[in-house]
Write a protein that binds this ligand. Structure first.
Ligand SMILES: [Zn+2]
Length: 175
């Protein structure tokens, strides 16, 4: 009988090993991202925080700095990706996860794909600008060459509340 040893046949390129999910670590990292969002609010920045971690190790953290930096690209995710790449000495972050308090926008979802980030964990959905699930599904688009694992809605309530509080305070008249 003519049998083919599957090991001699051309094999598809191995997928990058997925990062094991660890909800306790995700929650701890999201708690830190929420703290960073709070720091952003105190600096009069829209409160979004992001941390990047590998296993249980925090690699980089940032919050939105668009106003302070007068930089339209200074979203928490972009800043955290830059810091993590610098810290690790590589742009390729396939063994890292990011926890971010708000669903990433088009720019940040694009940066997540371009960094080959292994996992993306986000808190509140953003129906007005979210590009992971709400308006676009950039991180699941099979036309692009990388798709991170995505966990949406982790601790969505506290992540969203800090944004609601921020905008409510800005709308209310001063004392
Ligand atoms: Zn963004």
């Amino acid at each position: 009988m003519d049998t083919h040893d599957p090991n001699t046949l051309p094999q598809p390129a191995p997928a990058e090993a997925p990062i094991a999910a660890d909800e306790a670590t995700d929650r701890r990292m999201m708690e830190r991202a929420i703290e960073l969002a709070g720091a952003a609010a105190r600096g009069d920045e829209v409160p979004v925080g992001a941390v990047i971690y590998r296993g249980a190790d925090l690699i980089a953290e940032a919050h939105n700095l668009r106003e302070c930096a007068s930089d339209p690209t200074a979203h928490a995710e972009i800043l955290a990706l830059r810091l993590a790449a610098g810290e690790l000495g590589t742009w390729r972050l396939s063994d890292c996860s990011m926890a971010v308090t708000l669903e990433p926008c088009v720019m940040c979802a694009g940066a997540v794909v371009n960094s080959r980030l292994g996992r993306l964990v986000y808190g509140a959905a953003d129906p007005k600008a979210g590009a992971v699930e709400s308006l676009y599904q950039i991180c699941a688009d099979t036309r692009l060459n990388h798709r991170p694992l995505v966990v949406g809605g982790l601790m969505a309530d506290p992540c969203g509340q800090i944004l609601r509080d921020f905008f409510k305070e800005r709308r209310s008249p001063g004392p």
